[in-house]
Write a protein that binds this ligand. Structure first.
Ligand SMILES: [Zn+2]
Ligand SMILES: [Zn+2]
Length: 408
């Protein structure tokens, strides 16, 4: 019978140990079998890659002194030295250089160690590599990408400043797509703005969906009436009494059959949100529509600019446009869909603002006898004060007798 191995572990376990920073166990693995250092795990990473990635100086030192090769490449053609440069620990970089790291090696994207250090964002590491005399800031990776392009794409302004100082990198260098580092930074800025905007739209949507639209309860019921006889005596419309909630409705209140509640300052029941819009969420609803409008506008503008960029310079004939639109079918379709939605949102907001300016809601506007004509300035003041302060000038509400529109 064969003796059991001292440490019957798989190679995956050493990677787990490195990630957990368990140095003692890593040492035990190597002492049992040094060939572990040559093994590759996920993505073709060796234990030295992992140690460099985590910036674990003690482990890197231990692996190197036990024969780990800093020039072995992973699937992406990157060495552990590339990882160390990106991680930015100058002591690890120095250790690897002492153990024969080849500074001339480039990865599959033709990125040098300097490119990796710039992507990592540690200026000291970048400067350290430059001091070796093996790198130039004008070195380009695949697609003519310079270190300044990389720094701009990560949004690290300190590295960008460092690369621009003393004209280390040219701000006018263009990559294969004709983009300067400024274009790259603008693109990144655009992505960030879009992400912030998307979060805002999502946040507003959640708030609109969860906020009470203005449900009428017993405490809010019209205090002038306590029984039907009060309505008769005051010559008021029988519509004042909601037969479902059994409450006397104040002005601008309506029962929504879909929500089965009375809503104060009822505007409409939004079928898209499946929610009523009333006093409690009307302002929020308008902000939501405004943010949606901005999102659609942003999409149409950037997608159109993308199509214009794709159009080769000089040829603006109808046939070349049609060929491009056919080639970019989905982008064209999305532009049309977004533009249509945009038009609908503009119409919706125009209706909303008109009702607010007239001192009513879109539902009760159709029941009003006649709205007082107002100047554009007065309308603007009313809309802005509603949006910014939540103030609303509602009319007298004496329109219920004429109300004919009974919908949902
Ligand atoms: Zn009701
Ligand atoms: Zn409703």
């Amino acid at each position: 019978m064969y003796p059991m191995p001292v440490c019957s572990v798989s190679y995956g376990d050493i990677f787990d140990c490195i990630q957990r920073g368990n140095i003692e166990q890593c040492i035990q693995f190597i002492q049992n079998d040094r060939s572990v250092l040559k093994q590759k795990g996920w993505g073709g990473f060796t234990p030295l890659h992992y140690a460099a990635l985590h910036g674990n100086r003690a482990l890197v030192d231990f692996f190197l002194s036990n024969g780990a090769d800093p020039n072995v490449t992973c699937d992406a053609g990157q060495t552990a030295f590339h990882f160390a440069c990106r991680q930015g620990n100058i002591y690890i970089i120095q250790q690897m250089m002492q153990y024969g790291a080849d500074l001339r090696l480039i990865d599959r994207q033709k990125k040098t160690s300097l490119h990796h250090a710039v992507s990592g964002g540690n200026i000291v590491a970048v400067q350290y590599l430059w001091e070796t005399g093996m790198f130039r800031f004008s070195d380009t990776a695949m697609y003519q990408v310079t270190p300044l392009h990389l720094a701009a794409s990560t949004g690290n302004t300190e590295v960008v400043r460092y690369l621009l100082r003393d004209q280390r990198c040219s701000v006018n260098a263009v990559d294969q797509q004709g983009a300067t580092p400024l274009h790259v930074a603008a693109e990144r800025g655009g992505v960030e703005v879009s992400m912030v905007h998307f979060s805002l739209v999502l946040g507003l949507l959640c708030k609109v969906l969860t906020q009470d639209p203005g449900t009428l309860d017993r405490a809010d019921a019209d205090p002038r009436f306590t029984c039907i006889a009060d309505l008769v005596e005051n010559n008021e419309s029988h519509h004042r009494f909601c037969p479902y909630c059994e409450l006397f409705q104040p002005d601008y209140t309506k029962h929504c059959k879909l929500c089965d509640v009375c809503i104060k300052e009822y505007d409409h029941h939004c079928l898209f949100l499946n929610r009523c819009v009333g006093r409690g969420n009307h302002r929020l609803f308008l902000f939501f529509i405004l943010s949606m409008l901005m999102a659609h506008l942003l999409f149409v503008a950037t997608a159109t600019s993308y199509l214009c960029d794709r159009m080769s310079a000089g040829s603006h004939s109808l046939s070349s446009w049609l060929t491009l639109l056919g080639k970019e079918f989905w982008v064209t379709a999305m532009i049309i869909m977004n533009a249509l939605t945009l038009m609908w949102e503009v119409w919706l907001l125009a209706e909303q603002f008109d009702a607010i300016a007239k001192g009513t809601t879109t539902y009760f506007r159709q029941c009003e006898r006649s709205a007082q004509p107002k100047s554009l300035g007065q309308c603007l003041v009313k809309v802005l004060s509603f949006l910014l302060e939540g103030r609303r000038w509602l009319g007298s509400g004496q329109t219920r007798v004429d109300k004919t529109a009974i919908d949902i």
